[in-house]
Write a protein of this length. Structure first.
Length: 340
């Protein structure tokens, strides 16, 4: 783990809010999150299932589906306002400047066309090159993601490939047009452990080779320690802590971060097993608790934590968290109130 300093900001997310009006009420999936991703940086987003990781990522790449509503905030990529782009601009932007790979490659590859057709058409439509050039580039890209018999794989259909092979094809597809930012949303969760390890190595290797930035979404802190430069910890639609991987690992500030770290099953971070869950129930997005969203599960919960959400506080350069424990809280509000 090394701390790097970046000067060139690629992506700037500010106070982003996304909700889903449903028949049972409004689900506030993302509640005002902010982060930066710099050129060449790998940022991890860690949090339990339902914390808003995917919804926030879909907002960046214009893939939010109805009934999602962006209630506020801004997303800028190289200074351009993503949220005000037309559908057409967004289609060009997606795949060209930013790409995404998903948890389930099966659902993203079209079952009715051979792999080669899908890769060639993606290149042909984005880069306006001839189909024979596109075919050549597609084969090269398949080879660069470690597929040896690329010519054969071009002819195959999704159903004829293993999960690991599908994920490699998805990575090839995402990287075809040389994106500046790759968003990987739990890209290995559906794969078995040895294949997970290979795919994570491959992604890191490609990221370094291409000087690309990456947002790596996971519920596994171990992977973050291994491949990320910085990390944002999400809880209940908010970022509760962010900083360099070094700072967050060696000096975690938020009780949720500490609980997540305890939940890493082994000190050997090379093992990408499933996380042991943090004690207590995640937030019910339809009726979130008042005050700090984590207070019902927090062993250090004070009076004030139930009443008021804490503001973000920067403790050292680039390392911040939102927690009342970091503030000077008056004695009357201090008493620990959660029974354990
Ligand atoms: N189509 C939808 N309708 C209603 N609620 C949704 C929809 N999609 C996501 N949500 C809610 O948004 C919240 C965040 O979801 P998501 O970003 O998928 O979580 P994560 O990726 O962290 O597991 C969850 O509470 C989820 O139930
Ligand atoms: Mg998700």
């Amino acid at each position: 783990m090394q701390s790097k300093h970046y000067s060139d900001k690629l992506l700037e997310v500010r106070d982003l809010k996304v909700s889903f009006p449903t028949s049972r009420g409004v689900v506030r999936a993302v509640n005002g999150i902010s982060y930066d991703v710099h050129r060449g940086e790998v940022m991890g987003i860690v949090g339990e299932s339902g914390s808003g990781k995917s919804v926030s990522a879909y907002s960046i790449i214009g893939l939010l589906k109805s009934p999602a509503v962006i209630d506020g905030g801004s997303i800028r990529f190289e200074g351009r306002d993503i949220l005000s782009m037309s559908r057409k601009q967004m289609e060009k932007f997606r795949g060209g400047e930013i790409s995404m790979i998903f948890q389930d490659p099966m659902s993203s590859l079209d079952p009715v066309f051979p792999i080669g057709h899908q890769l060639t058409e993606t290149l042909h439509s984005h880069k306006k090159i001839s189909r024979s050039d596109a075919r050549q580039q597609a084969i090269q890209m398949l080879q660069s993601v470690g597929i040896r018999d690329a010519q054969q794989v071009m002819k195959k259909y999704r159903s004829e490939l293993s999960g690991g092979m599908c994920q490699r094809v998805m990575i090839a597809m995402a990287l075809l047009c040389g994106p500046k930012l790759l968003i990987a949303d739990e890209p290995t969760t559906a794969l078995d452990v040895t294949i997970q390890d290979q795919i994570i190595r491959l992604l890191k290797d490609l990221q370094e080779r291409n000087g690309m930035s990456m947002i790596f979404i996971t519920h596994n802190f171990g992977i973050v320690a291994d491949i990320c430069d910085s990390v944002s910890i999400m809880y209940g639609g908010t970022v509760v802590e962010q900083g360099s991987v070094n700072d967050v690992f060696y000096s975690p500030l938020h009780p949720y971060t500490k609980a997540l770290m305890k939940a890493i099953p082994r000190v050997d971070y090379k093992e990408y097993e499933r996380l042991i869950p943090v004690e207590g129930m995640p937030i019910n997005a339809l009726s979130p608790p008042g005050g700090c969203g984590f207070h019902p599960r927090c062993a250090s919960c004070m009076q004030i934590c139930r009443q008021k959400a804490p503001a973000r506080k920067e403790i050292s350069y680039g390392h911040s968290a939102s927690c009342w424990l970091l503030e000077d809280v008056q004695e009357s509000e201090e008493a620990v109130v959660n029974e354990k």
